[in-house]
Design a protein around this ligand. Sequence first.
Ligand code: WTA
Length: 646
Amino acid sequence: MYKIQNHKVSENPLYRTHLDRDGYERMYRQSIEQPDMFWAEQANRFVEWMQPWSKVHESNMETGEAAWFIDAKLNVSVNCIDRHLKKRANQTAIIWEGDDPADSRHITYRQLHEEVCRLANVLKQRGVSKGDRVCIYMPMIPEAAFAMLACSRIGAIHSVVFGGFSPDALRDRIQNAECELVITADEGVRGGRRVPLKQNVDKALASCPDVHSVLVVRRTGADIGWVEQRDIWYHEACAQVSADCAPEPMDSEDPLFILYTSGSTGKPKGVLHTTGGYLVSTALTHHYVFDYQEGEVYWCTADVGWVTGHSYIVYGPLCNGATTLMFEGVPTYPDASRCWQVIDKHKVNVFYTAPTAIRALMALGEEPLKNSSRQSLRLLGSVGEPINPEVWEWYYQVVGQRRCPIVDTWWQTETGSILIAPLPGACDLKPGAAMRPLFGVVPALVDNDGNELEGPADGNLVIKQSWPSQIRTVYGDHQRLVETYFSTYKSVYFTGDGARRDADGDYWITGRVDDVLNISGHRIGTAEVESALVLNDWVAEAAVVGCPHDIKGQAIYAYVMPMQGVTLTEDILAQLKVAVSEQVGAFARPDYIQVTNGLPKTRSGKIMRRILRKIACDELDNLGDTSTLADPSVVDSLIENRLNRG
Ligand code: WTA
């Protein structure tokens, strides 16, 4: 058994942090006891307002309604750009590191202002105005950030769709959000390979008649299809408009963006975030969790297509006037030393990545680290999935040379910003633990009946009070918000995660307790994969579960039942995997497909996933009670034919 060693705050006596233990405890206490006073002070400190609020906050944990900084006005792009022009117009806002190590760009705050204003004017010219939805389907290039900020400048609501999603997945998201304009690039470039983004957009738009304009960034110069009137070159359009654009004053509760995420049932949900509370929370957490210091270079490796990219590449860091690095490539291209080379090249101080990336690099040994010094590094971060203690130690000892605290940050698309993390200088570090709630966050553990558990315990993680960057609604379906998050347990927000609280009161996230998979830090609903598997004439029924995977964290294990009279040949199984890539995206392709003539169902017809999960995980000694199954013999045949043997 791996022994967990605690790292004390005092191990870094020279490390100057924004807060020490007492400071954190004092602020946390105030944030809970006098939340309005606390948040008013923080909102004034981190954000510039055009008009003050009449009331700090109002919320209802039964209906999921929440409003923060009520009646206040602000503009996000002003906070992320204009506000910094007095002091840091010539400071780099965005460092872009291309897929090819020879490609990089520095964009100052002044240049960012011009780029964003021009694009905002182009959007206006194409008829986009406050409240309209714009889809952003982009590679990791600075124009992706310009696009998000340009929307916020004019009050349009962006919906960024990760560039790894298939045309069908893109179509569903464009339709659901009723987007009228799409911003994309001719192609993306990742790990030396091209991604046909514009071609995917063309396919998706075949069934999206409401999209009247497509703005195309020229990234590779590839030959692409062109629809006259509808398609416009980004650089040509931006060159023809003014470099100034007056910001739209937005209500604190006006929507800022929609971001689709997977749940345990049905199609992905459009998580809607609003303006004021989201910006205050992302700026505050970026400041304290990463202990961000003036002038530092900060690198978050996420893609802007996920919430981590929204909150911690774009909005939080830019609101704080930071220098944020955006990386187009992958950690193993051209070789496994890439991240360390980039850190030395740009003198990165804070590095924030996902356990899956660290595991992949750790598997390749220490050699790739040898030709980098990484002396600039001060702090390391982890996000997206639980980090195994061994991997934590490697990150700490080898990457950070025992010098850099690791912040293991727990949060979700729905929470908008980090809710649980060890604040550097204020918390001990325990490998694998997310540790302590941030300001204003009141976590609790409940059993399956909703009874709150006291002291050291294992349970379902819930949040008892509203926080500023809380999800406001599921776009177009508020009832789904209530059902998904506010109905499982009474009067609390249910996270879908399990957690343990140890004797010191520190939290350890144990993973999802619902049917959501986490593959390389990507959230995938089992229902999405299942519906892709049954969309043909071969498969009658499918059930998908996760099983452990050394690098990806989890792998996808699918059980499929053929239609009567059909034989599922190797060739058909390969086609089923392709079908999932087409319906969802390549990252959701099943690792295992087991053919079966029956699934373990209760007499009422409900699939017992617990059993399928155990078989997929090759954990056969403890299958639990199978006596309630309609046909218990199914289990023996499933076990006999299992694919993932230890
Ligand atoms: C998981 C990503 C353990 C968790 C920001 C959550 C984590 C889901 C951690 C949200 C962490 C995220 N430790 N698990 N530090 N961070 N998760 O919406 O299961 O893509 O519910 O947001 O990732 O994924 P999402």
